[in-house]
Design a protein around this ligand. Structure first.
Ligand SMILES: [Zn+2]
Length: 883
């Protein structure tokens, strides 16, 4: 497949050259290039900006440059995508620095953590280290021009002759070029773009070549927006980048994107709101680079904008995560031609080459600006890391303590996540006391007094506030039904979304402890567990769920205990897994030891099943689990992120095999081949017709488990679908049922004095979409769907869906939004939304014949950082077919 694409690219490249031939501005006026350095045309067959360089060709060209200039380059493959494509990083610097790159990295790391480094050594570092600039391109695969700009950045640096600015860059800067952060997405974009191109270039935005089919090229293989994944690190691409950052600790990080084709160009300073954990010197840094880019763009007569649209609040962007590690992190946005040429509404034509040229100029200007300000930037970076430590020492919340709780695998996972980001996390090897609270051994300690202190605050402190005047402005806009200016979610607190309890200690904790490894794949420690005469119990939780998936695939027979019970003096909640020797092969003990070590679950040997109280282990309330055969609906009209998150959680987080079926093919899928059907968020009206709905109902009556998410749950309530027996609520709290005519309301209103403000309110209005906040949900712990959860959890809410709780004769509300006083765990919920959401349904279970409909109001797999929600989802998939 890849070879065919290469051939096509070359022949269309020639045609494109003819179409766009006109006198063109040079990419960098006055540049003189060494003819010994290979050009893009010489290596792949087209000139810069004349064709969209394919992912394979990007690698090919970088390899050619590395071969031509080995002394000043170091090309490494830093990770592989899910689809097996390499991710490249090219370091470009002086021959001395490239030869001693490991020493440069070691110096950079000492600068990033100056604790214990003598003062004169620090001064030497400040004098000698190069400033590091990381130019990262194309995290969104359909934002195409930046990768071609990246190739020209490398060429310009390596081929320029007699250029004092470039000489200064080599003297003062180490340049890191990541040409293509999302090759899978770029390949997907290019594949459809080449197929859709007309014989004659056509810039109309609705022309097929500019109009991507589902899911578009923005996301990666699992349809994640990787510009939200930085602290989540769910994707291998992100993990590779976090590792690079921790190798080099760059002073300047630039993430190069594209935006709508009618825009101009955006660079820093960013829009409001700024995250409160940014420092003055970083904000001054935005201004330094903003002014330098502006001077370049003014000189060349190009329009740009600043301080609009692109905010700096969420810490998981490619610009903000580096910022909270001390970098000056910036996003650059070029208007996208989404192909080779684009007809703008002002009748001008935007070419692909324009995009390449603008990005290239901004990037090179950034390098020169860094070179001119090396010492100041290095010192500011050092000061950022130092002041994070000293601020942490004075912080009234000196340490965060993560409690293992009943499902310690989630705390383990969170500790590992933090450690791999370069945060020091210690495991307390003895019990500790905070105030009057006794905390058992095994808690995780995260001190604020460390260089990554501001990242820690961002990820663990639930109160990251937006400025008051910003919120006030949004309230005014809302009153006029104008959309808010909130760019992303307003809360992301990791302990809440993992449902890991966290307490703060005002003092440094001096308990015996061991550091949590910062390696992603540190081998787990083998656990020794005695052999149980009867068998084993596995208390339910995230690790138990992933263990169960694998054990079921291996043919191990597992039962889920359908109620709470007490055995050997220990209380076990509903959903505890029971695995007995009597119904399993002889090597069960060894296999379970291997599985519990790998998954991190707890294994409890039992010699009797005679419970002291509660549900018997042989009760008919228990469920025999079978390896679920899962169908996941795919393709339009599903929301691609929801479909992708769901697929990722099933396939990669829990290793559950899935059959992916395009929604249009549901009509010919044999549902009886499946135990579980998952409908990701999306409005299935018009795609899933009456015949499929009828078959779904027959399948449910025969014992199927249907899981609906977000908008799919809304669809399931529609009166021509009737899979879920509840109603959605309108903004004013009335049920959203079709209007019945009448008109008595208007007549009654006429009798009262005219109220203009009331008169302009719409009659039927959906609740406002919430800007992404974390809500508390009360859990019905008597229901098997709650296995592994306590009576309260936290979920991410983003939609405008409010479901009336399901009535007792139809089903149960396993998760209900909390009462008003405790509803909001973190982030912003508009005031009327708070009243409306109180005690409405988040997770509903409706028995359907022998089967189940399990409906989530919001996406439990949101960005794959909602570990607690992901467990609720897996309970539906794993336990549903058993109960
Ligand atoms: Zn983007």
């Amino acid at each position: 497949m890849a070879k065919h694409i290469v051939a096509l690219v070359i022949c269309i490249g020639v045609a494109g050259g003819v179409i766009l031939a006109q006198s063109e501005e040079p990419l960098w006026p006055g540049a003189k290039y060494d003819p010994a350095i290979p050009t893009l045309r010489q290596v792949v067959g087209h000139d810069p900006g004349k064709e969209i360089t394919s992912p394979d060709q990007v690698g090919q060209y970088l390899q050619a440059l590395a071969k031509a200039v080995p002394a000043r380059t170091r090309l490494t493959e830093y990770a592989k995508t899910w689809e097996g494509r390499p991710l490249w990083l090219m370091a470009i610097g002086s021959p001395e620095r490239i030869a001693a790159l490991d020493r440069v990295k070691a110096d950079r790391r000492r600068l990033a953590d100056p604790r214990g480094v003598p003062g004169n050594e620090i001064e030497r570092l400040v004098r000698e280290v190069p400033a590091v600039v990381w130019l990262a391109h194309g995290v969104h695969g359909n934002e195409i021009s930046s990768s071609d700009a990246a190739l020209q950045e490398a060429y310009h640096l390596l081929a320029s002759q007699n250029d004092a600015d470039i000489d200064l860059v080599f003297r003062n800067v180490l340049v890191l070029i990541d040409p293509m952060q999302n090759p899978d997405g770029r390949a997907r974009f290019l594949f459809q773009n080449l197929q859709a191109r007309a014989m004659t270039a056509d810039g109309a935005p609705y022309n097929a070549e500019h109009d991507e089919p589902w899911p578009g090229g923005r996301s990666n293989h699992y349809l994640f927006d990787m510009n939200r994944d930085w602290f989540v690190q769910s994707q291998p691409e992100t993990r590779g980048r976090v590792r690079i950052f921790r190798d080099f600790y760059p002073e300047v990080t630039v993430d190069l994107h594209e935006q709508g084709g009618d825009n101009t160009y955006y660079f820093a300073p960013p829009a409001d709101p700024l995250n409160p954990h940014m420092t003055e010197s970083q904000i001054a840094g935005f201004d330094l680079f903003g002014r330098a880019n502006a001077a370049r763009f003014d000189q060349r007569g190009w329009l740009y904008f600043i301080r609009e649209v692109y905010d700096a609040f969420y810490p998981g962007y490619g610009d903000s995560w580096p910022t909270f590690q001390g970098s000056i992190g910036m996003t650059y946005e070029q208007a996208s031609a989404r192909g080779l040429s684009f007809a703008r509404s002002d009748k001008s034509t935007l070419t692909y080459r324009d995009g390449v040229m603008h990005h290239f100029n901004a990037a090179i200007t950034t390098l020169i600006t860094t070179a001119k300000n090396r010492e100041k930037l290095v010192r500011n970076f050092l000061e950022y890391r130092r002041s994070a430590i000293s601020e942490g020492e004075k912080d009234p919340a000196r340490e965060f303590v993560l409690l293992p709780g009943h499902d310690r695998s989630r705390a383990d996972l969170l500790a590992k996540n933090l450690a791999t980001q370069g945060i020091e996390v210690r495991r307390a090897e003895e019990p500790i006391k905070i105030g009057t609270r006794e905390i058992p051994e095994g808690a995780y300690l995260v001190s604020h007094a460390q260089p990554a202190g501001r990242l820690i605050r961002n990820l663990l402190d639930p109160a990251i506030q937006q400025p008051r005047d910003f919120i006030k402005r949004q309230e005014e806009r809302r009153a006029r039904r104008l959309p808010d200016e909130i760019y992303d979610i307003t809360a992301w607190n990791m302990p809440q979304l993992f449902d890991v309890e966290m307490v703060t200690s005002p003092n440094a904790i001096n308990a015996k402890n061991s550091p949590v490894s910062a390696e992603y794949d540190a081998p787990p420690k083998a656990k020794s567990v005695a052999e149980g005469k009867v068998g084993y119990l596995i208390p339910w939780g995230s690790a138990a769920a992933s263990l169960t998936v694998e054990a079921l695939q291996q043919g191990i027979r597992i039962r889920s205990v359908g109620g709470a019970f007490k055995l050997n003096g220990r209380q076990y909640p509903i959903g505890t897994a029971l695995i007995r020797h009597a119904e399993n092969p002889g090597n069960l003990h060894a296999r379970l030891i291997a599985l519990t070590t790998k998954h991190g679950a707890e294994l409890v040997p039992i010699d009797t099943t005679y419970v002291e109280s509660g549900t018997s282990l042989g009760s008919s309330a228990n469920a025999f689990l079978k390896p679920p055969r899962v169908l996941l609906a795919w393709d339009a009209p599903t929301v691609s992120t929801s479909a992708g998150w769901t697929r990722y959680v099933l396939e990669r987080r829990f290793n559950q095999p899935v059959t992916i079926v395009r929604t249009a093919s549901l009509a010919r899928a044999n549902f009886s081949d499946f135990d579980v059907i998952v409908l990701p968020s999306g409005n299935y009206a018009g795609v899933v017709g009456e015949a499929v709905i009828t078959r779904l109902k027959d399948w449910l009556r025969a014992g199927g488990t249907l899981v609906t998410i977000g908008e799919a749950s809304r669809w399931a309530t529609a009166n021509n679908v009737t899979l879920l027996d509840t109603t959605l609520l309108l903004r004013d709290g009335r049920p959203d049922v079709p209007a019945t005519g009448g008109g008595g309301g208007a007549a009654a209103a006429a009798a009262r004095p005219f109220d203009y403000d009331k008169a302009i309110q719409p009659d039927r209005e959906r609740p406002e979409p919430q800007p992404g906040a974390i809500l508390r949900v009360s859990i019905d712990t008597d229901h098997w769907l709650s296995a592994g959860q306590d009576s309260e959890t936290q979920i991410m809410i983003e939609g405008s869906r409010v479901f009336a709780p399901i009535k007792l004769n139809s089903g149960r509300n396993v998760g209900v939004y909390a009462k008003k006083e405790t509803l909001i765990a973190a982030g912003l919920i508009w005031p009327e939304g708070q009243d409306l959401l109180v005690q409405k349904a988040f997770l509903m279970h409706q028995p359907f014949g022998a089967g189940h409909v399990i409906a989530f109001a919001e996406d439990p797999n949101y960005r794959a950082f909602t570990e607690a929600g992901m467990l609720l989802f897996m309970n539906a998939v794993l336990l549903g077919p058993g109960y």
